[in-house]
Design a protein. Sequence first.
Length: 146
Amino acid sequence: MTLYLEDLAPGMVFTSGTQVVEPDEVRSFAQNFDPQPFHLDHTAAAETLFGGLAASGWHTAAISMKLIVASVPLAGGVIGGGGEIAWPKPTRPGDVLHVTSEILEVTPSRSKPDRGMGLMKSTTRNQHGEFVQVFTCKIVLNRRKV
C-alpha cells in the first residue's frame, strides 16, 4: 500500500513494529557519531545525570526513522522538511522501541500541483510505554498523477 496526499487526513495513526536497542550498537553508534562517556562507558555514565549508559539521542532518532519508514508508506518516501525533536527520557541498551505516528495536517501546495505538505507527530516509546523521543516534522506529500 502506498499513500498519497489524497489518502491522508488529520487524525490518521500509524503504528510501527519493534526494534531492540542492542548494547553493542549503542557503543558502536556513539564511537562513530556521538563519542561521549555516557554513551560509551558504564562506569562513567553512572556518574552523569543519566545514571547509566544511554544511547545517543541521534541513535534513537535513527532507529525511529527506520521504524517510521517501515510503517508510514508514503509515495516517494518519508521526506522531512524540518521539525522539532525532544528526548524526554534516555534510551537504554536492551530497550524495545516502537513508534506511533499521527498525521496532524495535510495541505496541498498552491504552486506545485504534484505535491503538498503534511505535519506528522511521531512518538517513540520503550517497552514500558515511556516516551524516549517526540518528533514533530513537516513532510512532503506526493499527489496522485491525474
